[in-house]
Design a protein around this ligand. Sequence first.
Ligand code: C2E
Ligand code: MG
Ligand code: MG
Ligand code: MG
Length: 282
Amino acid sequence: TAKLAGCATYRFHDASLNATSARQNELLARFKRAIRDEEFCLHYQARVDLQDFHVAGLEALVRWRHPEHGLLYPNDFIGLAEAHDLIVPLGNWVIEAACRQLAQWRQQGVPVKPVAVNVSAKQLKDDTLLETVTGALQRHGISATLLEFEVTESCLIEDLEFALSVLDQLQALGVRIALDDYGIGFSSLSKLKRLPLHAVKIDRSFIRDIRNDNSDAAIVASTISLAHNLGLMVVAEGVESVDQLVHLKTAGCDQVQGFYFQRPAAAAEVAAILQRGKFTLL
Ligand code: C2E
Ligand code: MG
Ligand code: MG
Ligand code: MG
């Protein structure tokens, strides 16, 4: 729609946005109407396979087209949403919007790939999550295999048993689940073993200096080996250079995401990437 198309065209960054509680209160007041008014939109970033650089999937990343502050990024508002019980309605909107977009691409003849949405701890605890997912899939005629979830270790801290039961049910539907930001939390290996995971995504903090920092390189190498031994696929986040890419490919990493290939972008731009289906190394 025209509304969504405007999403990528401007970026406003106000460093003081998080600074004052007056700003927080103003954002909060606005937030409640923003979902209804469709001020949120999704940007998408390709997940690229390291064998032949084909597009293996997309990650949906939420943005807020704020009428006064311009395009806001998750760091500006996800914390606020979490703190004020707005993350569930926002998360539900994200699931709905991702399915709607998949249906729209398909209708336009664009070859679609699975879309991963990020979910927060509170969303996993919400009793209506499964209904939301099945409802959105049905409404848009989307197969569950085209929807993926990214959970972080923080989703699993409070009530592991409940989170596990929800994730098991999602997996039974056909929804694949990745563990996001791996390495910066405190996952025990026994926890990792019990999760119905398809992939682990290595946090970008380990990728940044992978060429020079031996500890980071060692952590990444052992994570790849651990994950593979558990039958999981490995995705590296935050790949910005060809050097990082070569290192990760040599280390046996399966897939990458990062600015090197593509900055997250609005649906129209991503349609062209899906059409091409593949990146070429320069
Ligand atoms: P994430 O899920 O780990 O997403 C990856 C973040 O890294 C995104 O930031 C993406 O734009 C950024 N990124 C990708 N490639 C590169 C790179 O090469 N270099 C650098 N420096 N950054 C890169 P973004 O979009 O600002 O999102 C930040 C976080 O906000 C996400 O981290 C995720 O935890 C959260 N988030 C985003 N969308 C949603 C959502 O719909 N729901 C919830 N609950 N959280 C979301
Ligand atoms: Mg993610
Ligand atoms: Mg991540
Ligand atoms: Mg991250």
